[in-house]
Ligand binder design. Structure first.
Ligand SMILES: Nc1ccn([C@@H]2O[C@H](COP(=O)(O)OP(=O)(O)OP(=O)(O)O)[C@@H](O)[C@H]2O)c(=O)n1
Ligand SMILES: C[C@](O)(CO)[C@H](O)COP(=O)(O)O
Length: 385
């Protein structure tokens, strides 16, 4: 939803009447699905909050357009060329009383608010026209078939994008006066003496043209939908009689054991709670109540595996995990690699996503007095990507 002050007084015209012959496929590209929504629906969705949205569609697509978009936008039948389609859409805005229009390709579904706002800012500052573009950064060659035949100077060259913004009356008059056609409305405006301000474009604002563009757009939507969650966990177990302690899934020889309802693996418990925390799913006690006798003496990998599988079912994978054990003894260093490997195996991730380290508390507090072992853990979970 645009909150730009000019949006409520500006029309949007989306040209979507092409056939997408270069893209191919069963449907014209604007009607194809991109991460669960049609390309055109995404392009329209980028302009919520504008005064009016006109969508120009091919006559053959009008039935589908009415079914999917009717009521949300004004639908207009397109023409054989992009310029003709834009002109048809502009005519419906004549007399609307709106001051500006943004003309956008239905085949650019990933335009983001900063690009739209930059165009509106330039118009609000008094520019009669403004459009996003990216400076050409690669060297430019001429070629024939597979041979280089010459070179072009890239200085001052830009790759044009949309939305292209105009004073409505001026661009409508330019279209009415000119039936020669143009690659875009900036070309037509320039031909009619309308100065055009260049504002920054965005590499993600690609125009879907060739089949490979769809896969690139899918990657961009996945990146945008990425959901990173962070959780932490903390646990303590007291020493008691025994000859080993279970830490991060490894039995470490010691002259004491750890006391607990399960195997008292303090490190694994902290990590399990970190994952539940990232998922906002409570803690171990909620999933494995200590009052339930079936968990008495249980190996803690049951808990960690459950948390990792729950994350998977909720659409997340582990980004990384970091466990710190706090004790004077036993020494953790010699066992840290085995702990790392075991935790990774239980969670089904590569060992380099898991860290196990230890510190003493300088003989301070309960861990310093060797009354027990504490552990803290952090986990990141990545979803939507
Ligand atoms: N007669 C036309 C031709 C194109 N467009 C629209 O203009 C935008 C940019 O055009 P382009 O990428 O060339 O789309 P197509 O014409 O569909 O592609 P192709 O040339 O591969 O057939 C697209 O949103 C397209 O739907 C239009 O409204 N009317
Ligand atoms: C308007 C445009 O998107 C600017 O880059 C482009 O010119 C339209 O696409 P086409 O492939 O040139 O028809």
């Amino acid at each position: 939803m645009s909150t730009h002050p000019l949006a409520a007084r500006t029309a949007v015209l989306i040209s979507a009447a092409g056939r997408g012959s270069r893209m191919g496929g069963d449907l014209p590209k604007q009607w194809q699905a991109l991460s669960g929504r049609t390309v055109l629906d995404r392009a329209i969705g980028a302009f919520q909050g504008f005064a009016r949205i006109v969508v120009v569609v091919h006559p053959d697509d009008m039935g589908r357009a009415i079914a999917e978009l009717g009521g949300r936008v004004t639908l207009v039948a397109g023409r054989d060329t992009r310029s003709g389609s834009v002109r048809a859409g502009l005519e419906t805005l004549d007399g609307s009383g709106l001051g500006h229009v943004l003309i956008h390709d239905g085949a650019r579904p990933l335009v983001a608010p900063p690009v739209i706002d930059a165009v509106l800012d330039a118009l609000a500052a008094g520019a009669p026209a403004a459009a996003p573009a990216l400076a050409v950064t690669d060297a430019l060659w001429r070629g024939a078939v597979d041979r280089v035949t010459g070179f072009a100077d890239r200085e001052g060259l830009y790759r044009a994008q949309t939305p292209q913004g105009f004073a409505l009356d001026a661009i409508l008059a330019a279209h009415r006066a000119d039936s020669r056609g143009a690659a875009d409305d900036v070309e037509l405006a320039h031909r009619h003496g309308i100065p055009v301000t260049i504002v920054p474009g965005d590499e993600d604002n690609l125009k879907l043209t060739w089949p490979g563009d769809m896969a690139r757009a899918e990657r961009i939507t996945k990146r945008r939908n990425m959901d990173v969650r962070l959780g932490n966990g903390y646990d303590v177990h007291a020493f008691g009689p025994g000859d080993r302690v279970w830490l991060c899934g490894i039995a470490v020889p010691h002259d004491l054991g750890l006391v607990g309802h399960s195997d008292a693996d303090v490190g694994m418990h902290a990590l399990t709670d970190a994952i539940y925390g990232a998922l906002a799913q409570g803690d171990i006690g909620r999933h494995f109540p200590p009052s339930d006798p079936q968990w008495k003496g249980a190996a803690s990998d049951i808990f960690l595996r459950h948390a990792a599988e729950l994350a998977g079912r909720m659409g997340y994978r582990l980004g990384n995990a970091d466990v710190t054990l706090i004790c004077e003894r036993p020494k953790i260093g010699p066992h840290a690699a085995a702990m790392q490997a075991r935790l990774a195996e239980i969670m089904g991730v590569a060992p380099d996503r898991v860290s196990v380290k230890a510190t003493t508390s300088e003989r301070l507090g309960f861990t310093g007095r060797e009354e027990g072992i504490a552990a803290i853990a952090t986990a990141t979970l990545i979803g939507g990507a």
